[in-house]
Write a new protein. Sequence first.
Length: 113
Amino acid sequence: MSEKTIFKRIIDRELPADIVYEDETCMAFKDINPAAPVHILLVPKKEITGADKLTEEDGPMLAHMFIVAAKIAAEQGLKDGYRMITNCGKAAGQTVFHLHFHILGGGKRMPWA
Ligand code: AMP
């Protein structure tokens, strides 16, 4: 069996994290190296290496995660908006191969790219 990712270990409570949300489907915690005043990682409990491995049956899970993200953003005070991104693959900067969405905001207006 392949080794657990850092995020799977956080989900399994083997590693500490600053958890801001959890339900049966997903967990959210603060990024250890924040790139914005608010930087939360939202991860599904289902083990999927990245966005390129999603299937049609993951649709309800994804919809749920977008709804959760909006709730988290509101709770974190991101009333003017937030960015939600996923890096897919090494060339895009993915370093942890368990699907996750970065929820970023709270600073000045974020230019694209
Ligand atoms: P990515 O580069 O898109 O795969 O994002 C991985 C993110 O996980 C980076 O922003 C890291 O700062 C973050 N990260 C790595 N280890 C931890 C950890 N133990 N707790 C919280 N965030 C982490």
